[in-house]
Design a protein around this ligand. Structure first.
Ligand code: SF4
Length: 270
C-alpha cells in the first residue's frame, strides 16, 4: 500500500482489517506493508527531486478516490491535475514530464523526503499507523548502490550496452539468475524458464518437480519442455500462481487443471 501519508495509511489498514473481520480471519493472517520510496539528503531540494516521479505516480493512483484523508484533501485540485497530466509510457521514469505536476508540498506529503532525522521521524510515524513494516523499493537495501555499480560495469565492460547473454547479465552486481532469465526472455527473445515463487509453487503442486531450489526447479522444468515453450511456460505458471493457485488460497474449484492436479483441494501450504 501507499502513499506515505499517515491518515491514508491508517485508513487503508482499517479497510484491510474490516475485510479480515468480515472473512472471519485474524489480523495476524496478513502482513501489511507500506511500499514507499524515501530520499534522505542534507540538501532538501535534491531529496525531493529524487522522488518526485514516484510522488506523481502516487498522486495519479489516488486521484479517483471519492474521499481523501484531511492531510491530502487540500491537494485535491493538484492530484486531479496529476491524473490529467500522467503519461503511462513514462510511468516511473525519473525523466517523466508528469513529475512536474506535483508541488514540493504534495511530493513531501506522498513520499518520505528530508534529512535523515526527518525521514526517521516520518517512518516512525508511518509504522505507528498500523502497518507491520515498510518496503523501500527504489533506494533501500543497497539497491541504489548496486544499480550504480551495474551501470558502471555496463559502461566499462560492455561499451554502455546491456549484455545479451544470461551469464553476462548474472555477472552484474545485483542481478540474480531469475532476473537475468526474465531479461533475456523479454529483451532478446532468448529461451529461458526463470523460476520465481509462483513458478516453483505451482510446478510442485502439479507434480512437475519436487525440488525447492529455483535453479533445480528450472533445470527440471526445462527438461520437460522444448526450448520454444520455455518463455510461455514461465508466464503461464506465474499467472496461474497469481490468479488461481495462490499460495494461501488456491482456488481449486475453478482451476482448469483440477482434473490433472495431484494436489487439488490443497489448503494453505506448498
Ligand atoms: S487444482 Fe488447486 S493446487 Fe492444483 S493447480 Fe489448480 S489451484 Fe493449484
Amino acid at each position: 500500500m501507499g502513499p506515505a501519508e499517515e491518515g491514508f495509511v491508517r485508513r487503508q489498514v482499517q479497510w484491510v482489517e474490516d475485510g479480515l473481520r468480515e472473512a472471519g480471519r485474524k489480523r495476524s493472517d496478513l502482513e501489511i506493508c507500506l511500499v514507499t520510496t524515501t530520499s534522505a539528503s542534507s540538501d532538501p531540494a535534491r531529496a525531493l527531486d529524487d522522488l518526485r516521479s514516484w510522488a506523481s505516480t502516487e498522486a495519479r493512483l489516488i486521484a479517483d478516490f471519492a474521499e481523501l484523508p484531511p492531510g491530502l484533501e487540500r491537494f485535491r485540485a493538484e492530484i486531479e491535475g496529476a491524473k490529467a497530466g500522467y503519461d503511462y509510457s513514462q510511468h516511473l521514469s525519473t525523466h517523466a514530464g508528469h513529475q512536474r505536476t506535483v508541488s514540493d508540498d504534495l511530493a513531501r506529503a506522498l513520499a518520505v523526503a528530508g534529512n535523515p532525522e526527518e525521514c526517521g521521524r516520518r517512518i516512525a510515524g508511518l509504522l505507528s499507523a498500523g502497518v507491520d513494516g515498510c518496503i523501500f523499493p527504489l533506494m533501500g537495501g543497497g539497491r541504489l548502490e548496486r544499480l550504480r555499480a551495474a551501470m558502471a560495469r555496463i559502461a566499462r565492460e560492455h561499451a554502455g550496452k546491456l549484455p545479451r547473454t544470461r551469464e553476462e547479465l548474472y555477472d552484474l552486481p545485483g542481478v540474480g539468475w531469475k532476473t537475468a532469465g526474465v531479461v533475456v526472455n523479454h529483451a532478446f527473445a532468448t529461451p529461458a524458464l526463470p523460476v520465481d515463487t509462483h513458478v516453483g509453487r505451482v510446478a510442485r503442486r502439479l507434480g512437475l518437480t519436487r525440488q525447492e531450489d529455483p535453479r533445480k526447479v528450472e533445470e527440471e522444468l526445462s527438461s520437460l519442455l522444448p526450448e520454444r515453450l520455455w518463455g510461455r511456460a514461465h508466464q503461464l505458471l506465474i499467472w496461474h500462481g497469481r490468479r488461481t493457485c495462490e499460495a494461501r488460497r488456491p482456488h481449486c474449484s475453478r482451476c482448469v487443471l483440477l482434473d490433472l492436479c495431484p494436489r487439488r483441494g490443497v489448503k494453505e501450504s506448498d
